[in-house]
Design a binder for this molecule. Structure first.
Ligand code: 5RP
Length: 224
């Protein structure tokens, strides 16, 4: 295993320590979450899970982790665990490299605690481009014309999301993530963007290759 994967595994193992029997758990998307699924499957807790992508759902099922629909009566979760593309000093995140950010935000927002797991290469001073977008197919050209007022946007060569959305990336500057998040979210046709605010994040677990983990919370995020 290379050092990056060892960091991901360390973060994933630390996240599994947050799991208790009878919890409802949201499963994120990506390679770091892949390590979390492996660690969860090894521990076999008695939990109810929902997944943020079909990839995670398939992977979880293959490991014997039952995943239920998030379209039924389940309306809140105890814990969500997910990766990130960027984790800034002020705990703003960029997510959606895997195109699952819309579902990931819904799951994170439904959870009492949202724990982010990351390797050290995800740490940045300030979040920057690209910022993933999910756009409605309907009126796509009009949406892209409005988005162009904010900065350059490239439509991804990628399949539609499970909800039929078109994936794109905002590639302009990110001077103030809160201002940009509000501006992107206000464009009709934008289903969601990948800027996740610090208020959503309970803690970030950054793995080290030696198996130890640095925990960043809102309180110590700037200082450590
Ligand atoms: C998917 C995501 C992922 O969490 C993010 O892309 C990180 O992935 P990885 O763990 O593979 O680096 O936001 O939409």
């Amino acid at each position: 295993m290379d050092a990056r994967d060892a960091e991901k595994q360390a973060a994933a193992e630390a996240a599994v320590a947050h799991i208790e029997d009878d919890m409802t758990v949201g499963l994120g998307t990506g390679s770091t979450v892949g390590f979390f699924l492996l660690a969860l499957a090894r521990r076999k807790p008695s939990v109810r899970c929902v997944a943020t992508s079909s990839g995670t759902e398939t992977r979880a099922a293959a490991l014997g982790i039952a995943v239920e629909s998030f379209g039924g009566t389940l309306d809140r979760l105890d814990l969500a665990v997910d990766g990130a593309d960027q984790v800034a000093d002020d705990l703003w995140l960029v997510k959606g490299g895997g195109g699952a950010h819309t579902r990931e935000r819904i799951v994170a927002a439904a959870a009492a605690r949202f724990v982010v797991i990351a390797s050290s290469d995800k740490l940045v001073e300030r979040v920057g481009p690209p910022v993933p977008l999910e756009l409605l197919r309907f009126g796509l050209s009009a949406t892209l014309r409005r988005l162009a007022d904010l900065g350059p946007v490239e439509v991804r060569e990628a399949p539609a999301t499970p909800d039929g959305g078109v994936l794109a990336d905002y590639r302009g500057p990110v001077e103030d993530p809160a201002v940009l998040a509000a501006a992107l979210g206000a464009v009709p046709g934008v289903v969601d963007h990948g800027l996740f605010p610090p208020t959503l994040v309970s803690s970030v677990l950054v793995g080290r290759a030696d198996g130890t983990v640095r925990t960043i919370t809102e309180r110590n995020g700037k200082a450590t």
